[in-house]
Design a protein around this ligand. Structure first.
Ligand SMILES: Nc1ncnc2c1ncn2[C@@H]1O[C@H](COP(=O)(O)OP(=O)(O)O)[C@@H](O)[C@H]1O
Ligand SMILES: [Mg+2]
Length: 301
C-alpha cells in the first residue's frame, strides 16, 4: 500500500470493500469510456500500491494496461504519473534508444471519480518482485548484473530530464529474461526539478528507502541510486535492512553496492551513467569478458 508521507490514510480497508467494483468492471462490455474511445478490461494483472492493474483492449483492438486508482485520495499520484511520463518522451534522436526503458502513456481518463492511466502493456516481462518471489534465496550475480545495468540506464535517462523516479522498487522494474531489457514502471511518485519532497512511500518496501524520503527532503538522483542498490542487494539474496550479502557475492561487488547505500545522500554516487561505466570496469575484473546468459523463471502451470 502507499502511505502518504506525513499522512496516515489507510487505503487497504477501502480497496477490500470495493472488490466487487473490480469484478463488475471486468464483466462490463463497455469498460472505461473516454470520449468516443473505450477500454474493455480483459483480466486483472496485479494490484499495485495505488491501482488495480488490468490488461485491457483499446479502441483499435490494441492490448494496453489500465491502471485504475483504488481510492480518490490517491488520484493525485495517478495524475502525477500521467504528467511525468510524457516529459520522458524523447526530444532528440539520441534519446530514442533510452525511451524503450519507459512505458508510453496512451491517455489518462477519469472513471467514476477514479483516475485511470492507460499505458503500454509489456507481455512476457517479469518484475524484480516476481523474481524475488521465485528465487527467495537470490539469483546469480551475473544475472543480477545486467538487470542492474539496464535499471541504471532507464533511471539514468530520466535523470537527464531532471526527473527523479522516487520509488525504484522491485515491483517497478520489469526485465525481459531473454532480451535483457528493462522497463521502469510507476512514475506516480516522481519529482521533476527538485520541486518538492516525495509525497508517498510504498510501505511494503520501507527498507528500500533512503532516509531523505521519510525526512521529506528534496530527492536527488542519489535517492534513486540508493533504491537501485537495495534492489540489487535483494536480488543477490542479501538482507535489505542490514545490507549483508551472501558469501557467494564477490567482495568487490559487495563494497561497490555499499558505496551507493550510504545514508547521507551526499556520500553516494549521484550519476547513474558514471555508475554504469564503473560497473562495467568492475565486471571486467570480476568475471572477465561478458557472456550472454539467458535468465530463466520457473515454469508455472
Ligand atoms: N505496463 C505494464 N505491463 C505489464 N505489467 C504491468 C504494467 N504496469 C504495471 N504492471 C504490473 O502491475 C504492478 C503494479 O504496477 P504499478 O504501476 O506499480 O501500480 P501502482 O501505481 O498501483 O503501484 C507491477 O508491479 C506489474 O507487475
Ligand atoms: Mg507501484
Amino acid at each position: 500500500m502507499a502511505l502518504k508521507v506525513g499522512n496516515t490514510i489507510d487505503i487497504v480497508t477501502e480497496s477490500r470493500k470495493a472488490i466487487t467494483v473490480w469484478e463488475k468492471l471486468i464483466a462490463d462490455d463497455d469498460g472505461i469510456i473516454s470520449g468516443t474511445r473505450s477500454y474493455v478490461m480483459v483480466e486483472a494483472l496485479n494490484e499495485g500500491d495505488i491501482c488495480q492493474v488490468f490488461k485491457a483492449t483499446g479502441p483499435n483492438a490494441e492490448t494496453v494496461v489500465a491502471k485504475v486508482c483504488r481510492h480518490e485520495a490517491d488520484n493525485d499520484l495517478v495524475e502525477n504519473e500521467a504528467r511525468i511520463i510524457p516529459k520522458l518522451n524523447p526530444t532528440e534522436a539520441k534519446e530514442e534508444a533510452f525511451f524503450r526503458y519507459i512505458p508510453k502513456l496512451v491517455e489518462s481518463v477519469p472513471w467514476e471519480g477514479l483516475q485511470v492511466n492507460i499505458i503500454t502493456y509489456f507481455e512476457g516481462w517479469v518484475s524484480l518482485a516476481d523474481i524475488l518471489k521465485a528465487y527467495p534465496a537470490g539469483i546469480d550475480f551475473k544475472d543480477a548484473a545486467w538487470m542492474f545495468k539496464r535499471t541504471l540506464a532507464g533511471v539514468g535517462y530520466a535523470h537527464t530530464k531532471n526527473i527523479v523516479h522516487g520509488a525504484v522498487l522491485p515491483p517497478h522494474v520489469l526485465v525481459h529474461p531473454i532480451q535483457h531489457g528493462a522497463k521502469i514502471l510507476d512514475w506516480s511518485y516522481a519529482v521533476e526539478n527538485g520541486e518538492r519532497h516525495i509525497s508517498a512511500m510504498s510501505t511494503d518496501y520501507a527498507a528500500y528507502y533512503p532516509p531523505e524520503v521519510g525526512a521529506k527532503e528534496i530527492p536527488t538522483s542519489a535517492t534513486d541510486i540508493f533504491m537501485i542498490a537495495k534492489c540489487m542487494v535483494a536480488l543477490l539474496g542479501g538482507n535489505v535492512t542490514t545490507n549483508a550479502m551472501p558469501d557467494a557475492v564477490p567482495k568487490a561487488l559487495q563494497s561497490y553496492l555499499l558505496d551507493s547505500l550510504q545514508e547521507p545522500y551526499r556520500m553516494r554516487p549521484k550519476d547513474a551513467w558514471d555508475l554504469h561505466g564503473s560497473f562495467d570496469e568492475l565486471l571486467k575484473i570480476i568475471v572477465g569478458k561478458s557472456k550472454y546468459r539467458p535468465f530463466a523463471m520457473p515454469v508455472t502451470t
